[in-house]
Design a protein around this ligand. Structure first.
Ligand SMILES: Cc1ncc(COP(=O)(O)O)c(C=O)c1O
Length: 479
């Protein structure tokens, strides 16, 4: 294992020269006082442009090409591209590389917003399938192979399938079966593996998307491994994906001046995984197990746990991702989040009745102690309660009338909610629970969708995404 980019950047930083290239801070010397007083010049001495020795994200020579090749070997891909705009950029490019104007992309309803943005950029028509939803725990799982097969059978012109593996809570569906089905139909499988960059490096973690047959997978290296924010990777394998088009799509959504610190952090994370990944993740899994065992002793928090056997959409669970269920505590996840923050513990994702924590090898035993003592405080301070019945289940999908791109470019008006039935929705409307969008731009606003919206509001749920914070009007396409 080698780290050619970091070696090259160090060499450039130490080698005296007169820099007449961008960036303008010139090896940190021109950085403003607030920065210099905070971090000094050292960071600037590592920030280089695409000099010939460094290369660029799409070249075949230079240190970047070498380090991307090493990353492909380490993560089990045929080819790897570094991303400097997060997994967001990778998902945009994956959609642009596979689906054009009016072509169909099969994807779960609860995809990250970057997938909707990819649809807007490409002009593709989504075919949504509902993920499996667990109302007792109020979490969405993966989509099932049966749902994927049903949609591929119904629409013969689907160009690609995109799935989320794992979910934010670390749950993965039966990706291998989904890969077999999509390949049977001759369609590439794209995976949003933003939360699974560590999977390839420990046998007690879920298998990586590549090992289960994904043609392309996008990983937020910065979320779970030791890379800087925004630093992500897209990995590809097999013959189904047009690599030249992917290459072009990646150029389309990314800067021509990728930050060398971000790229170096990807190289460092790769090196770390190749040399000590399994040992580090063994420690992380032990910390997570310690936290889970402690939570199991807390009276109001130990009453809901994950299923112990697979169920539809739930095949794998990442045990480094900790979710605490609050169904039996008189406290919402948002309230619990605020209290924990005051105690110096900052969760990743609060939802109505759960809190999710990301654990990595960057966490220390002291972090786990602080987490456990914060949860002990919640459990001891707030009264127990009987869980309320599930608020709402995902409703039937509204009929699509325009592509998200068409809806994006059409003029829109805000109408009182009651007057919007039959109109085309101009915004994305997501209710919590169940955290699955009720309406997407381009879809017809149906009486059923509005009834579901009313019910969520009536029962005290949350609506995310509405332009009108008072929930009185909806944005509709003005046509
Ligand atoms: C499931 C999922 N996909 C994609 C993304 C986008 O990742 P990034 O922040 O690396 O752009 C996120 C971000 O939270 C995510 O949760």
């Amino acid at each position: 294992m080698d780290f050619p980019l970091i070696r090259q950047l160090k060499h450039l930083g130490q080698h005296p020269h007169a820099p007449f290239y961008a960036p303008g801070h010139k090896l940190g010397r021109g950085m403003g006082a607030p920065w210099r007083e905070w971090l000094g010049e050292e960071v600037g001495r590592a920030d280089f442009p695409e000099l010939p020795e460094v290369g660029n994200l799409f070249g075949t020579t230079g240190a970047i090409a070498k380090t991307q090749h090493l990353a492909a070997q380490t993560f089990g891909a045929q080819e790897t591209f570094f991303l400097v705009n997060g997994s967001t950029g990778g998902i945009l490019a994956a959609i642009l590389a596979t689906c054009g104007e009016g072509e169909r992309l099969l994807l779960p309803r609860n995809v990250h917003q970057s997938a909707l943005h990819g649809l807007i950029l490409s002009g593709a028509m989504p075919v949504f399938i509902q993920p499996e939803y667990d109302p007792g725990r109020d979490v969405a799982y993966g989509v099932t192979p049966e749902a994927v097969e049903g949609a591929l059978g119904e629409y013969s012109d689907i160009k690609a399938v995109l799935v989320v593996y794992p979910t934010y809570q670390g749950i993965g569906g039966d990706l291998e079966a989904i890969a077999n089905i999509t390949h049977h139909y001759g369609v590439p499988l794209l995976v949003d593996e933003a939360h699974g960059a560590h999977f390839a490096f420990h046998p007690d973690l879920p298998p990586s998307a590549l090992s289960l047959g994904a043609d392309l997978t996008v990983q937020s290296t910065h979320k779970v491994l030791g890379a800087l924010s925004q630093a992500s990777m897209v990995h590809v394998q097999g013959p189904r994906l047009d690599r030249a088009r992917l290459n072009h799509a990646l150029r389309l959504v990314q800067s021509t001046s990728p930050n060398s610190l971000l790229l170096a952090s990807l190289e460092s994370a790769t090196y770390q995984m190749a040399t000590e990944g399994e040992a580090l993740l063994t420690e992380t899994l032990a910390l997570a197990a310690q936290a889970e065992a402690a939570i199991a002793t807390l009276p109001s928090l130990n009453r809901v746990d994950w299923p112990t056997v697979p169920r539809p959409g739930y095949q794998w669970r990442d045990r480094t991702r900790l979710t605490v269920f609050l169904q039996h505590l008189a406290l919402t996840g948002f309230e619990a989040d605020e209290i924990l923050q005051q105690l110096g513990v900052i969760p990743e994702l609060p939802l109505e009745k759960s809190l999710t924590f990301i654990l990595t090898f960057g966490n220390t035993p002291q972090d786990i102690e602080a987490l456990i003592s914060g949860l002990e405080y919640l459990s001891a301070t707030f009264p127990p309660q009987d869980p309320s019945p599930p608020l709402i289940l995902p409703s039937p999908l509204p009929p699509p009338r325009l592509t998200p791109r068409e809806a994006f470019f059409r003029p829109k008006i805000a109408l009182p909610i009651a007057q919007t039935i039959g109109r085309i929705c101009g915004e994305s409307i997501c209710c919590y629970p169940p955290g699955i969008p009720l309406l997407m731009p381009g879809e017809e606003i149906t009486a059923t969708a509005l009834a579901a919206l009313e019910q969520v509001l009536h029962l005290g749920g949350e609506i995310i995404g509405l332009q009108d914070a008072n929930f009185e009007t909806l944005l509709v396409v003005n046509c």
